[in-house]
Design a protein around this ligand. Structure first.
Ligand SMILES: Cc1cc2nc3c(=O)[nH]c(=O)nc-3n(C[C@H](O)[C@H](O)[C@H](O)COP(=O)(O)OP(=O)(O)OC[C@H]3O[C@@H](n4cnc5c(N)ncnc54)[C@H](O)[C@@H]3O)c2cc1C
Length: 240
């Protein structure tokens, strides 16, 4: 895989702490919903830092869309969300990952479980499903700190039938919701996911601990491990 030059063509705030960045990447080979790429930033003195980011949209020619959550004191994410300006360039390499991918030809129902910015590759799957004629049943369970930190909120509210979205707020509920905020539980997954008998494809993405807890809960509910695909958003970058 070659490093490609990516020019930022558009940037908008998704939440107070996350931004969506649209890049024009001549030579981009295309990607599947769920895949990610590497970003490389290089300073004038040659120092460089690399991080992984998931594509937020299905493939569309030379356009690559990322949604990045700012990690306070992070090296790369604040640069992307706050410093990088439209017209400026970075380097990208991808697509990466052939396992954590939704196959549009697969008729099985889909269960998506997101923790925080782990919703980004799952959003690429939702967007791919919206553009499909076949109306594969989709359910998204999104665990996020508060309504204000919930990404893609208006788009998720306006999805067509057959795609259900439920939220688990870990710190603060919207007004009027009487349940206590807290971690996503096996009971939440049982209430808002698919029963194991339906043999859904399960995609789980988020911080490592979240992914492990959800995958364990799914297995304990009878979902077969080979139908559960996981992606961990742990800190995996490198600097040189
Ligand atoms: C396959 C893959 C896909 C990813 N896709 C996305 C995506 O679409 N959107 C997105 O916003 N992020 C995504 N990430 C996370 C991303 O790669 C970076 O880890 C994240 O942006 C932080 O990088 P940084 O340079 O700002 O922070 P760093 O300089 O690497 O770290 C600064 C501090 O934050 C901690 N930290 C690092 N990463 C995280 C994290 N993810 N959550 C909480 N604390 C962290 C570190 O331990 C350190 O203390 C993905 C990660 C992987 C492995």
């Amino acid at each position: 895989m070659k490093w490609l030059v990516a020019t930022l063509t558009n940037k908008h705030r998704e939440t107070a702490t996350a931004s969506t960045l649209v890049f024009d990447v001549p030579g981009w080979p295309g990607h599947l919903p769920g895949q990610h790429l590497d970003v490389r930033l290089t300073a004038e003195d040659g120092y460089s830092a690399q991080r992984s980011y998931s594509m937020a949209h299905p493939s569309d020619g030379a356009t690559v869309v990322l949604t990045v959550q700012t990690v306070d004191d992070g090296e790369v994410s604040p640069y992307l969300t706050d410093t990088l300006q439209v017209g400026e360039q970075i380097e990208l390499r991808g697509p990466i990952g052939g396992w954590f991918v939704w196959d549009r030809a697969d008729p099985a129902p889909v269960l998506l479980v997101a923790g925080g910015s782990g919703v980004v590759p799952l959003m690429a799957m939702v967007r791919a499903r919206v553009s499909e004629e076949r109306q594969t049943p989709f359910r998204l369970i999104y665990s996020v700190r508060s309504p204000a930190e919930s990404m893609f909120a208006s788009e998720l509210r306006a999805l067509p039938g057959g795609i259900d979205v439920s939220y688990r707020y870990t710190r603060r509920n919207p007004e009027g919701l009487s349940t206590r905020p807290g971690r996503l539980s096996a009971a939440d997954i049982a209430a808002h996911g698919w029963p194991a008998d339906f043999a859904p494809r399960c995609f789980v993405c988020g911080p490592t601990g979240f992914v492990e807890a959800v995958a364990d809960a799914l297995v304990s509910m009878g979902h077969l491990p080979h139908r559960i695909k996981t992606e961990r958003f742990g800190p995996t970058g490198s600097s040189a």
